[in-house]
Design a protein around this ligand. Structure first.
Ligand code: PMP
Length: 305
């Protein structure tokens, strides 16, 4: 299905993809106030399902609330909209829900406080036709500057404006041969990538930064569930940079990447083999869970549409 044939749910109606437009001078374009969330559609033996459907939708509502936006749709209405748009877009792999002010504004405030809600469902090949293929292990560059302090911007808000410095840092990282960046938090601890949570393994323990400093990733939460089930101990504590020297393994988690083993951070190579034994177990368990094959965790995390 080409993008032109896809439909976007906009304020209660399915609208043809090319017809969903926003004015150049709208408040959300000019001030970066659009809030969003992204979910992965999985093909299971029982048909299409969404990983963390409720959690992503609740996080979207929370982003809107943190951004001072009053949504006119409740959770059930948003869940129904997502199901409708997935059914209307066969073969879709990604759902992106957005909330934005479409009114034209000269002030920082929107002229009209109405928040438009739109839900798009598409496949990655629709947007990046050459993107498929074997994925190499991740090489990360430590980003400068650090993440925005949480006293300035909550790490829990998925708002367009909070990704502008990630785009600048990632562009530099790409030009220097890395796949993505690893941000430090405001205190200089290892935090998260531009759009993925970060894990380290040291002495067989799994470590990830606490969610008062990083986004509460939904993949991160599910992977922690799976890791506990594998008998691993998880520490959600700040990750000082000197842990890297002792790291046995590192990986990223996120909607766009699943579980992605890391082989290098700046000049530091993680020990071979990459993925290491713990990362490999989690990569495999997570993939099985998405296929609906995990008797305990698939029903918990993968919701049929
Ligand atoms: N951190 C940031 C800053 C992100 O934007 C994302 C993507 N939502 C993640 C982590 C991973 O979160 P999730 O597993 O919910 O996709």
């Amino acid at each position: 299905m080409s993008l032109e044939e896809r439909k976007i749910w906009l304020e209660g109606k399915l609208v043809a993809w090319p017809e969903v437009t926003v004015h150049l001078l709208s408040q959300s374009v000019q001030r970066g106030s659009l809030v969003f969330d992204v979910m992965q559609v999985c093909e299971t033996a029982r048909g299409p399902a969404i990983f963390g459907l409720r959690e992503h939708t609740e996080r979207f509502m929370n982003s809107a609330a943190l951004n001072g936006m009053e949504l006119e749709h409740d959770l059930d209405a948003l869940l129904a909209a997502i199901a409708e748009v997935v059914r209307a877009n066969p073969g879709c792999e990604i759902v992106k829900i957005s909330g934005y002010y479409d009114s034209i504004s000269f002030d920082v405030l929107p002229a009209n406080p109405h928040v438009c809600v739109a839900v798009a469902a598409f496949s990655i090949a629709d947007i990046a036709p050459s993107g498929a293929g074997e994925r190499p292990n991740a090489r990360l560059q430590i980003a400068h500057p650090r993440k925005m302090p949480s006293s300035v911007l909550s790490p829990q808000i998925k708002v367009a404006a909070s990704y502008t410095h990630a785009a600048v840092a990632k562009k530099r990282a790409r030009a220097e041969g890395f796949h993505d960046v690893l941000f430090l938090d405001e205190y200089g601890n290892l935090a998260e990538s531009s759009t993925q949570s970060f894990f380290l393994v040291t002495e067989g323990l799994l470590r990830s930064a606490p969610t008062d400093l990083v986004l509460a990733g939904i993949t991160r939460r599910a992977v922690i569930d799976l890791a506990r089930d594998e008998g691993l101990i998880i520490k959600e504590e700040p990750l000082p940079g000197d842990l890297l020297a002792r790291a046995e393994e590192a990986f990223l988690t996120g909607t766009s990447s699943g579980v992605w083993a890391v082989e290098r951070i700046d000049g530091h190579e993680l020990p071979a083999p990459v993925p290491g034994p713990i990362s490999s177990r989690l990569i495999e368990r997570f993939a099985r869970m998405l296929e609906g094959e995990d008797p305990v965790f698939s029903p918990r995390w993968v919701q049929s549409i």
